[in-house]
Every structure is written in C-alpha cells, then in structure tokens.
Ligand binder design. Structure first.
Ligand code: ZN
Length: 1118
C-alpha cells in the first residue's frame, strides 16, 4: 500500500494545506473513523461503557394506567411489576389487550403536525406499473421450494402462511447462507473437470484493501424507463461520414484473432488442425496474430492489410476457424455440448479482465491521481490509489462513463455510448486523504449564480477586476458582494483563490443558512427508531434476543459529527406483531412503560414525551427494556404481522418530534394481518419468461409508494432487515426503503448459530455509518447538456431534484445526461452536484462536487476516454429498472443491441481498416462484451431454477444504488488461488479468470462478489493443505458447506483466514463463507459465479457471447 503513498502530496494550494482561517475542517463527517478499510471499526465496541450500569436515582415514575396519557402516572413497584399486565399466558399478542391505549385527545395533533412537507407540489410517484391483477396473485406455495425438514410449528393462523415452515433445501446448509434461496434437488452436479491450467495471469501485486469501494446497495429507481432501444441496424450510421480514422495516430483498440472470427470461403478447417501459438498481447493492445488480406475483404478499407502497428509474425494458417453463422446467440445457447465445443476460441486470446485490472494497478496504482486536469480518466476502481483534489471532484465521488463527450447530439446518438455519471455524494475517504473543508459564509450563505443558482466553484470566471463573475454553467454575469470581493492577479485569478476551498477544490461543503431549512427553522437532531418484529418466527429463531442484547452496547456507537463527545441522535423503540407496542423510556422512569396500539388502520403515536430519548440519559431504562423484550414475548404464538402501519408509526413519531431520522425495521414474514399494506402471497414462478414476469418485480399494492412519499416529506429513511423463512414479497416490502434512501438486508432462514456474525456485522455497520438526512440533490450542468435520468434509492417529485430522506456514504445516484445544445472543445462540459442535507448532529450543510469534462468532435476521442466499469454500472441499472415494465427478453436484447452499436460505431469510424472478419474493440472498452454478458446472465435478467423471486427482487434493488467498484465485482467475481503464491507472501494473491478452466484440482480458491464468499477445494489438493486448513486428514472429511474455518496455528491457516477478513473488510456487507468441495452438490452454486462459462440457465459463455457480439456488429456494418 505504500506505493500509493510514496509521492508526497503537493499541496493544492500555494502553501501547505492548512485549516483555513475561518473554516473548520469537517473532521470526517459523521464522526466516523473515516477509514474505508476498517480494520477495527468496532474495536472499542464491546469495551466497558462508563456509566452503563448506573441507574439514575430514584424517581420511580411508573406506568400510566391503561388508557391514560403518559402524563398521568401511577406508582408501580420496580422490576417486572411494570409489565405485570402482560404476564405470560397471554398467547395472543404478547401483551394483553387490557393495556390497549385509547387515542388520547392530545394525540390528534400528531397525525397532522403542522410540518409542511418538503414536497410542496402534489408529488406523483413514478409508476411501478399497474398492480398485478388478482389472477396473478395466486398463492404459489407449491412453487416455493419447500423441500426439506419441516420444523415444528405452531398452528398457523390466517391464510396458511404462518409459522416457520421450512425452506430447507437439498443441501440445507447453503440455504442458510442467505444466499440464493434454494437449490434444485434434481440437478446433479456435473463432473467438474478441473484441469490444471498454467497460470496465465501475470498478476503479481496483491490488491490492498480498496480504499474507495465500500457500498451497499439499494432499490431501483422508481422511474420507468422507456426502453428506447438503440438504433436499428444502420440507423445510426447516417451521420457525417467520419472518414478520418487516423485522427488518432494509433487508435487504441483490441483486435481479436481475426481469422477465428472470420468466415472464410470454403469449408472451415478442423479446429485443432494447427498448433496453437498462444497469442500475445501486442503493443497496441491488440490480440491475436496479424492477419493478411482477406479474400472477401471489401474495398472500403483501402490498403493497410497489415493495419496499425501489428508486427506479429504472419500466420500462414489460422489456428482455429469459426463459423460466425453457427454461433449460438446468447439466448439460444442451449446447444448440445459437442456443438458448443466445435468452435472454440482460445480463451487466452480474448480480452482478460484480470489482465486489464493488473495492468492498471501496475501503471496507475503507484502515484496519486491529481484532479487538476480536465477530462482525465481516473484509474480503475480495482486499483488502489490516492486522490489529490486540485479542482475536480475525486473519482470516489463521481465517475463518468466518458471523460470526453461528443460536442453534438448527433455524434452522441451515433456512438450510443451512454453519457452518465455515478455519483456518491457522501463517499467515505481513506484516512490518507483530507476530508472536506466546511466553508462558512455567515448569514449571507454560499455565493451562487443569480440565474441558474449554481454554487461558487473553481470554474467561475472573475471579471472586471474581480467585481463581477461570469457563471461557468449559464454564462450569467453576477456582481460579487462586497464582503467577497478580492483582487485578481495578472492571470485573472483571484489572489485568494488558493485560500478558499470553493475557488480551488473540486469538493467542499458550505454551512447552510436558515434559508436552506424546512420551515425556515434549523433542524433538530435526527432520531433512530428501532422497530422489532416480535412474532413467533422472530422469537423462535433467537433473533429478538440477539438483537436486544446487541443494541444495549451498539447504542453507544451512534454516528456523531466531528469531534462531538456523544451522538446527538435520539432513539426510540417499538415492537410489533399484529399490533404495535410503543415504549416510554424517559430517563426519569424506573422502568420502561409499554403502550399498545391495536388500531393499525389509523396509526397514531400514543406518547410523545419519553419516546425519543438521549441514550446516555435514559440508559438504565433502555437497558431494562432491552432485557425485558425477549422475555415478554417468549411464549408468543402470534404468527401474523403488519408492516405498513409500523413504518407509518415511525414516521408519525418523527413528525411529532419535528425531526428527520431513520427507522430500523427487523421483520420476518409476509404481512398478512388485516391492516393497510396487507399483502398476499403472489409468487408465481410460472410467470418467468412470460410477458408478465415484470409483475414479479412490481409492488403488489400502491400503498407503499404513498407511504414512502410521506416518509420522504418527513426525512424519514427506512432500513429494512428481513429474516424470511419463505416468500415475503421483497419487491413490495422494499419500496419504502428504496424510495427513502434506505437499505435492505436479507437473511433467509435466519438461525442465530449460523447467521449471527453476518447479521451483527451488518447491523453494526448500518447503525454506525455516516448518514445525511432530509437531503435534496441537484445536478447542474453547463449549457449544452443536462441531466435527464436518475437511478438509485431516492424519490423524485419533479424532474430535477433527487429527494433523499436519508443518504449514507455507500449509496450512489447514477445520472444520465443528454445534449440539449452544442458543446465546444474549448469550454468542455461541467457538472456540479449539490447535496443539501442535515448532518448527524442536525447541522444543515451543502456538499458540492464539481467535475469538468472534455468535449470532442472526433469519435475516437470519445472512445479513448471511456470507463467501461462505469458504463456497465449504468447499463446494469438501466436494465434492472427496465424489468419493471418490459419483458426480460426485450431488456436483454436492448442491451445487446446497444453494445453492438457502440462497438460498430467505433469500428466504422475510429478503427484502422481491417478485415470485416476481425473483431476490433476500443482499448478502453475491450472488456465491455465480457462484462455485459455477466449482466445479461445475472439472476435478475436470466434466472436459474434455484433463484427465488425474492432473491431477484432483492438483488435488483441492491444493484440500483451500487457504486462502480461494487457492480464491477458483483458482475465479475474475484477468484483467488490460495496455494500458488508462497505462504510468507502476505498480500492478496493475483486473481484468475472466473472460469472452470482456471481451476486446478490441486488448489484451493476464494471467490467473492461483494455479497457471497466461497472457498473451493480441489479434489486433489495436498493432504498437508487439508490438514492445515481444516484440521482433518483427507479431502473426504472436509465438511461441505462449512461456514467457518477452524482457527489453527499454522501459516497457511492464518494466511487464508487473514485473507478472508481482508476481503470482508473491503465490502460493505458481511460475506458469509461457504466451503465448497469439488464435485460436491454445492459446487453447482459455486459454478454459478464462474461467469466466463456457459451458465446452467442458458447464459452464454464469454467466448460464445463475443462471437455473437461480433456477428451483431458485422450485421450493423454490412
Ligand atoms: Zn449560472
């Protein structure tokens, strides 16, 4: 990692970067340690908590008589007495109905608190499409992989959807991985023929913990895309004949073994008839042997049969031939194996993600990325690098699909390269990088353009001796207020430019004035409300006990601002099943008091005073409550739950307290109890591959969108932890989290012993993470382009403002731009992302990110400055939103057509002339086909039999707010061989390509994709290795599906466990380990992640897809 620190940072200012006089450094916003590599984020976590045991002195104010407002209290004895009313024996809802609260008079105001919603206009939720008809909502228990042992369950009430039935699978253990629901029993594991493959991957440096790449995901954007497909073949080519392929002297591109792709006249020679030379990567990024003129090579590319700089030795005979017409299309690739293997291409001859990643690490990982230059393409997300802000936002905050965008919309349409930015406004920075400065302009507030309201930034042009400035976004000339006046130097720059973050940096914050606050009132500190399902399933699985125990200590680690000693966040508690229980945990009470609200149809909050409290002040009461909750409900038989009323209650509580905040919901089952938001089991696997498949991704009722809209208006963010034993309709339950900027976590078939670590790790991280509340994000652009489309977890009531009830440091918003005018090369294009939010301490702030891009009149410049990882991030989000209202095949075809168009346009306009049979890829996009194929065959777009509807909905919404690093590894998992490199070598081993061919049966591999983590053990692995890692004497004794490696005192064991810890630290969610043995049943699941191979559900192999893509491109060109 030192490589990245070696270059001593040059201060971006004239002098060493000081804390600016008058500005204070926002010391890691939110009080987080700031490290994205959290080796010990929770290190002090279980430490002694001073004052924890102390009970506040006396004053036993006790529970109110039932039905009375909390104000009137009666004396109650300590201890259980306060809970006497729901002593066991009550089997209905835990507490007896005798404590039923009446709505007391004062409570009326809660529902209609005079808080003007932030959305003032009649916001219309973007449609999810019509709710499914009832015909589609047939309960499909039969389809729900109930296949294993059935746990004893209480009598179910209701619709037969009750208690913990089983979802155990053929291989019980992996169900609990929380991975992908279940596993088809019938599918035998095909023999894996792991053939030792010579390590062709030259990677050598380990990837140190990613500095920038932690983020969890959330739901898909609510806005419907119109799946405006790419151009029809030929359509985009009517543009100006760009006939200067040599605008770029040596166009960066990748040539694939042309003769393999080419269909020569005459019968194809036998595939293996000639020796295989093993293509080398050539100087210009080309692959494959040079190729001579082709017989059927048209005359449109005069000359240059040996195009470019390909000095490769002439190959008299192509080593392998490929008949393009015989190439199966990705969706039709259900070919018998022999047919598939007929036209094999040497996988080493096609672009390798591993190679590209390694090259970038080697070339760009050693020195800081300095952002002073416009349009500079940053290193890949897989490269560990430091950033120095010299006027443009760090790529940790903004990444673009291209850093050089076409000047005209005609060019853009021709190329079909999406112009998009993936923005992570609150991204955490590694400790080595300075956190953002907070600029305080006092009562006058931040300086802005009068016309377009853009914020002061380094690109504003000061004129007339500094008395005015011209807006870089809209060209409006503005007066400089007297207090901001400063003289210009001989270059026209303000002499104080380097003393002011807003004049010299790409990213900074402003303190917002009261004008930026709701109701012109500075906000109160936010609140966290923990809302715990205490129905039968939650109690029985041990969840409630585990959670309550954890919260007792976790509450000491609520996020803080800067150097604050304690968090300003207040907390509240609710438990629920069919009814809701609110708790008064006021510090003056000796015991917590419970109030039950059973009128779930008309939710109100039965108490105001004492519901939201300071943790330190109310510690004793809170601890007492958390001790008692598991006991109170231990004998519950209630299996039904409500869901919408719970969110409603939390939101109303925040409204009554006039603050923003976050609800943490811990929920176990489909909410079938009679209440608003009641759901039916409408899972229906028969809909897969039909036009109605999209309904599986749509919410089954519009009630949740309405609720979400109210939450957004209140700044109420919802995080949802799901613990389902069967279908819970994630598509519907995740609507509110998604529209409020929250997160969804899912632990299928949760059992404390198996899933405790994963759940607690996620929970700790989620509770502690940096978060802004009640946020609005606006992206401004310079004249010529504008933001037209948005993807992520947020809500929009108009076309420009992205409203986020909450936004954490891991969520991204992807923004697409379109031309509305001509750009010019001289001015380039500018983006400014402004995020107005309330910090954890209740401070109202504006965070500004600026980015300048180049503009081009030559398509080659566009293709030279693209970022494929970001393109894939955008395309995946676009497709994942598309499934809400288009058949999946349409979505897949659209992606394929767009990719073909992008590559055909390059071929036609930018590549050196060459045979039509040669597939030529732009250097920056040579991984586009392999990555796109991974998106196409992902579970959302092409599900296998083992993937549940809930899993697909879950993944769909996760991807929607992933950043680029997350989508990169999610779609193309990392596969690390463990015994190839010397044991002493502590760094991460070089990865290999995600293909079965790369597995050696004498080795052990780790595979991770940010959500899942496997340890694959080859059948011929040395006995010593088995002993060292698993403490058993032979391969056959290794337990398949093992989740934990034994802690053994030997170098290999330490190394592997250390590596696993390291991988987990890099990801935003805890990855549970699954040990998979070669040729074991579980291996099927593992192979699902070998994404270069053909998948069981019909997804094409990389090679097949590349051939198909080539065919498509040729069609477009012909
Ligand atoms: Zn302006």
């Amino acid at each position: 990692m030192n490589v990245n620190q070696s270059a001593p940072p040059v201060p971006p200012f004239g002098r060493p970067q000081p804390v600016y006089p008058g500005y204070h450094q926002s010391n890691n916003y939110g009080g987080q340690p700031g490290s994205t590599v959290p080796p010990t984020p929770y290190s002090t976590y279980n430490g002694p908590v001073p004052g924890y045991q102390q009970t506040p002195p006396g004053v036993s104010r006790a529970p109110p008589p039932s039905g009375a407002p909390p104000g009137s209290t009666t004396q109650a004895p300590c201890g259980q007495a306060a809970y006497g009313q729901f002593d066991q024996g009550d089997v209905q809802n835990g507490p007896s109905s005798t404590v039923q609260m009446q709505r007391f008079p004062g409570s009326q105001t809660f529902g209609s608190a005079p808080v003007a919603p932030v959305v003032s206009q009649p916001a219309v939720l973007q449609p999810y499409g019509p709710p499914p008809t009832s015909a589609q909502v047939t309960a499909q228990l039969a389809g729900m992989q109930i296949s294993g042992a059935v746990a004893p369950a209480p009598p179910s009430s209701g619709l037969g959807y009750g208690p913990p039935t089983s979802m155990a699978s053929a291989s019980g253990s992996f169900l609990n991985s929380g991975l992908y629901g279940s596993y088809p029993q019938g599918q035998a594991s095909p023999l894996s023929q792991a053939q030792g493959h010579p390590g062709t991957q030259p990677a050598q440096r380990s990837a140190p913990p990613q500095a920038s790449s932690l983020i969890p995901p959330t739901p898909g954007g609510p806005r419907m895309p119109s799946m405006t497909g790419p151009l029809l073949p030929g359509q985009g080519f009517g543009g100006p004949p760009v006939n200067q392929p040599n605008h770029v002297s040596s166009p960066p591109q990748t040539l694939l073994p042309g003769n393999q792709m080419n269909r020569p006249p005459g019968p194809p020679p036998s595939m293996h008839s000639s020796p295989q030379p093993g293509y080398q990567l050539q100087q210009n990024g080309s692959f494959g042997p040079a190729q001579g003129p082709q017989p059927n090579y048209g005359s449109s590319y005069p000359g240059a049969p040996n195009f470019g700089s390909q000095p490769g030795p002439p190959q008299p005979l192509p080593p392998k031939r490929l008949d393009p017409d015989a190439i199966p299309s990705p969706q039709l690739s259900e070919l018998p194996p022999q047919q598939k293997t007929r036209h094999r291409i040497d996988p080493d001859a096609i672009p390798s993600p591993i190679q590209v990643i390694e090259d970038d690490r080697n070339n760009r990982g050693s020195e800081p990325f300095v952002t002073g230059v416009r349009g500079q393409v940053p290193p890949l997300v897989t490269t560990n690098f430091l950033v120095k802000d010299q006027g443009n936002a760090s790529p940790r905050y903004i990444r673009c699909t291209s850093y050089n965008i076409p000047c005209t919309s005609d060019m853009a349409k021709q190329a079909q390269v999406p112009l998009a930015a993936v923005i992570k406004p609150l991204a955490r920075l590694p400790p080595e990088e300075a956190s953002l400065y907070v600029v305080d302009h006092g009562e006058s507030g931040p300086l802005r353009c009068n016309r377009c309201k853009a914020y002061m930034c380094p690109f504003m042009q000061f004129i007339e001796g500094g008395r005015r400035f011209q807006c870089c976004f809209c060209s409006c000339v503005n007066d400089v207020p007297p207090q901001y006046f400063q003289h210009l130097d001989h270059t026209g720059k303000r002499v104080d430019a380097y003393d002011r973050p807003e004049l010299s940096l790409g990213s900074y914050e402003f303190l917002a004035t009261v004008d930026y606050c709701k109701n012109n009132k500075f906000p109160s500190p936010p609140a966290f409300i923990f809302m715990i399902d205490v129905s039968y399933n939650a109690i029985r699985s041990g969840l409630v006990k585990l959670l309550c125990e954890e919260l007792k200590s976790l509450l000491d680690f609520l996020p803080r601002d800067g150097g604050a000693e304690e968090s300003a966040i207040r907390v509240g508690f609710v438990t629920y099943n069919k009814v809701l229980h609110f708790y008064n945990v006021k510090s003056s009470l000796a015991q917590p008091q419970m109030m039950v609200v059973s009128d779930v149809a008309d939710m109100f909050v039965p108490l105001l005073d004492g519901f939201l409290v300071n943790v330190n002040e109310s510690r004793a009461v809170i601890t007492s409550l958390l001790d008692q909750i598991p006991e109170m409900f231990v004998d519950t038989r209630e299996t039904e739950t409500v869901f919408a009323p719970v969110i409603q209650a939390g939101m109303e509580a925040l409204k009554a307290a006039e603050c923003a905040g976050k609800l943490f919901l811990f929920h176990t089952s489909l909410p079938i109890a009679e209440a608003p938001g009641k759901l039916k089991n409408r899972d229906d696997r028969k809909l897969i591959n039909t036009d109605k498949e999209k309904t599986l991704f749509q919410p089954q009722t519009g009630a949740y969108q309405t609720l979400a809209k109210e939450c957004v208006a209140q700044g109420c963010c919802v995080d949802l932890f799901l613990f389902p034993n069967q279908y819970v309709d994630v598509a519907t339950l995740s609507v509110v989290p998604q529209l409020t900027g929250g997160s969804v976590y899912k632990y299928a078939c949760f059992q404390v012993e198996n899933d405790q670590e994963r759940f607690l790790s996620d929970l700790r991280r989620d509770v502690q993470k940096v978060i802004g509340f009640d946020a609005v994000m606006r992206v401004r652009t310079s004249t010529g382009i504008r933001a037209v489309d948005f993807f992520g977890a947020f809500y929009m009531s108009n076309t420009t403002d992205v409203e986020l009830a909450g936004l954490d440091g891991e969520k991204t918003v992807t923004v697409e731009f379109k031309h509305d005018d001509r750009l010019n090369e001289e001015n380039g294009a500018l983006l400014q992302c402004a995020l107005l939010y309330t910090s954890c301490a209740g401070q109202r702030r504006l965070r500004i990110h600026n980015l300048s891009l180049n503009c081009c009149t030559q398509l080659a410049d566009l293709y030279r400055n693209c970022e494929t990882d970001t393109l894939i991030n955008y395309m995946a989000k676009f497709a994942y939103r598309g499934v809400l209202n288009s058949p999946l095949k349409t979505v897949r075809d659209t992606l394929i057509a767009q990719c073909a168009q992008i590559l055909a346009c390059y071929r036609k306009n930018c590549a050196s002339p060459s045979s039509a049979g040669q597939l030529i890829l732009p250097e920056c996009m040579k991984l586009l086909p392999v990555y796109l194929n991974c998106v196409l065959k992902s579970d959302v777009l092409q599900p296998g039999a083992e993937v549940t509807t809930d899993d697909r909905a879950y993944v769909r919404q996760l991807v929607t707010s992933m950043d680029v690093a997350e989508t990169n590894v999610f779609f193309y998992p990392r596969l690390l061989p463990l015994t190839k490199s010397p044991i002493e070598n502590a760094t991460e081993p070089p990865a290999v390509r995600a293909s079965e061919e790369r597995l050696c049966n004498g080795d052990i591999y780790l595979l991770e994709n940010g959500l899942n983590l496997f340890l694959w053990v080859g059948a011929s692995v040395q006995q010593g290795v088995v002993q060292s890692l698993f403490c058993v004497s032979s391969f056959s004794q290794i337990t398949s599906g093992l989740n934990v490696l034994p802690v053994l005192d030997n170098p290999l064991s330490k190394k592997v466990r250390g590596l696993i810890d390291n991988l987990r630290a890099q990801r935003s969610r805890y990855m549970k380990l699954i040990v998979v043995k070669q040729e074991d049943k579980l291996e099927m699941l593992f192979k699902h992640f070998l994404v270069e191979d053909k998948s069981l559900n019909g997804g094409a192999s990389y090679v097949d897809f590349l051939c198909h893509m080539h065919k498509e491109i040729r069609q477009l060109l012909s």
